[in-house]
Design a protein around this ligand. Structure first.
Ligand SMILES: *[C@@H]1O[C@H](CO)[C@@H](O)[C@H](O)[C@H]1NC(C)=O
Ligand SMILES: *[C@@H]1O[C@H](CO)[C@@H](O)[C@H](O)[C@H]1NC(C)=O
Ligand SMILES: *[C@@H]1O[C@H](CO)[C@@H](O)[C@H](O)[C@H]1NC(C)=O
Ligand SMILES: *[C@@H]1O[C@H](CO)[C@@H](O)[C@H](O)[C@H]1NC(C)=O
Ligand SMILES: *[C@@H]1O[C@H](CO)[C@@H](O)[C@H](O)[C@H]1NC(C)=O
Ligand SMILES: *[C@@H]1O[C@H](CO)[C@@H](O)[C@H](O)[C@H]1NC(C)=O
Length: 420
């Protein structure tokens, strides 16, 4: 240790009173800065904890949602503009739950896997095993797809699809079970409901006169979002095959590219995730539409040359390709909701969101955000508020009952959709 005696000129010592005041001011400023840093760090830490909690909770998949007991057999009074995100995670009555609450959008995570309805070849194993690491590449089950043959009709039906594969509902590979097929859990029940609702309809492919899924909102369409988790090109053909009965009965909304004509039906199908945009674009009749990127709706896109068709440059997003658009909500909106900064109608974030929603609305595209934390609840609801007030069309939710009640609460409320 070195001794410092009072004569050592280490720091200029304030001696007079004005200097003392300056020093006090300096100290106060330093202290408040310190306090600010500490408070921000604590807040940031809390946010990180929230996000981690949310991450760990989302690992618990294929859950039976407690909301499943909510009026599950009843008829909703109206359709709500909300998306049941990862619907298959709501349990084995997932579709029934979403329909009992009036959901207008139902999103299913989709993989291609082994189909249990097919008797395995006699030489192979007696018990069904699902090769979860390689659902699209079974060693003794080559998938041969006649990609080209669909192009005149727009359908790839009966064209070499391997019947030992089927579309499976599940968020992660570990959730996939051979029985959890899209056909069994979603498309068979939907077809059944629509058949019952339309028993009195005479013409098969007439786009008027149909009745929608919801008795009390029978002119409304329900949109099924297929989130292709992998193998989009393969899933495409299997999905078209599943849609065939809907198409032949006129239940599906379709768009004829050469005549620029819509045929409206009670069901819309939109692909998300790894849905191949070039297949949507080049289909002469569009049966499956594409969930566009919400933040880039004003940026034209290019389609590269592929087996689906030639390269196309500078295509504008419109609702004949994408009736819906979505993006992951950028972190800054989550942070500003956390600090409650985005609550004023004039906030910068609010204005940006309003602009994006307006761009979508002007194109006839419905907007939706995803990827914000579900926990804590107050933060989630604050984000719902921010998105609703700024004009988002479709509420994306994992909490079906809570969102239904929350939306009912807003049913007759108006919001200012003007850009600012
Ligand atoms: C079921 O629906 C009825 C009629 O809409 C309503 O009165 C009742 O509160 C609902 N049940 C629950 C558990 O919310
Ligand atoms: C729904 O419609 C049915 C008849 O189609 C009617 O009996 C019922 O009261 C309606 N429910 C609501 C909640 O409006
Ligand atoms: C079909 O028509 C019959 C006889 O008119 C009627 O009783 C029945 O309610 C109708 N079904 C539907 C789903 O509209
Ligand atoms: C479609 O169905 C409606 C009602 O069933 C009927 O009035 C109309 O003439 C049909 N249109 C065509 C083009 O078949
Ligand atoms: C699509 O439009 C073209 C041109 O108008 C027409 O020839 C064709 O039959 C239509 N296809 C369907 C399935 O309606
Ligand atoms: C909302 O408005 C509709 C008609 O526009 C009305 O039937 C309904 O009762 C209203 N709901 C509430 C909660 O005020």
């Amino acid at each position: 240790m070195t001794r410092i005696d009072s004569s050592t000129p280490l720091l200029p010592r304030p001696t007079s009173s004005p200097n003392k005041a300056a020093r006090r001011r300096y100290l106060v400023r330093a202290l408040s800065r310190c306090l600010f840093v500490i408070i921000s760090s604590v807040a940031l830490l809390a946010m990180v904890v929230c996000v981690v909690l949310q991450e760990s909770s989302s690992r618990d998949t294929w859950i039976r949602h407690p909301g499943a007991i909510y009026n599950a057999s009843g008829q909703p009074d109206r359709m709500i503009i909300a998306n049941s995100h990862n619907d298959e995670m709501q349990g084995s009555n997932a579709l029934q739950l979403a329909l009992s609450l009036g959901y207008g959008f139902i999103e299913i995570d989709t993989y291609l896997g082994k189909n249990p309805d097919v008797v395995a070849p006699s030489t192979s194993q007696s018990a069904f095993t699902f090769d979860s690491a390689n659902p699209g590449k079974g060693n003794d089950n080559k998938i041969t797809l006649d990609m080209g043959s669909g192009s005149e009709s727009g359908l790839g039906l009966g064209s070499g699809l391997d019947p030992s594969f089927a579309l499976l509902a599940g968020h992660d590979l570990k959730d996939l079970k051979s029985q959890r097929t899209l056909k069994k859990y979603y498309f068979d029940p939907l077809l059944n409901i629509l058949d019952k609702r339309n028993v009195n309809r005479t013409s098969g492919s007439n786009d008027t006169g149909w009745k929608g899924i919801y008795e009390n909102d029978s002119d409304k369409k329900v949109t099924i979002l297929i989130d292709m988790k992998r193998d989009g090109d393969l899933i495409w053909s299997y999905l078209l095959e599943l849609l065939h009965p809907f198409i032949s009965k006129g239940y599906l909304t379709t768009y004829n590219v050469s005549s620029s004509q819509w045929s409206h039906g009670p069901l819309n199908v939109v692909g998300t995730g790894l849905t191949p945009l070039s297949k949507v674009y080049h289909s002469p009749i569009r049966y499956i539409f594409y969930d566009a990127p919400l933040t880039k709706l004003n940026a034209p896109f290019d389609i590269p040359d592929s087996i689906d068709g030639p390269a196309v440059r500078n295509v504008q997003w419109d609702n004949t390709i994408s009736p819906t658009a979505s993006s992951k909500l950028p972190l800054r909106y989550i942070v500003s909701s956390f600090f409650s900064l985005g609550r004023s109608n004039e906030g910068k974030g609010m204005c940006k969101l309003k602009e994006l929603h307006s761009i979508a609305r002007e194109k006839g595209i419905q907007s939706r955000w995803w990827g914000y934390p579900n926990r804590p609840n107050w933060l989630k609801v604050r984000i719902w508020n921010l998105l609703w007030e700024s004009g988002q069309d479709i509420l994306n939710t994992d909490y079906l009952v809570q969102s239904k009640i929350w939306l009912d609460d807003r049913a007759n409320k108006t919001r200012n959709l003007e850009r600012c």
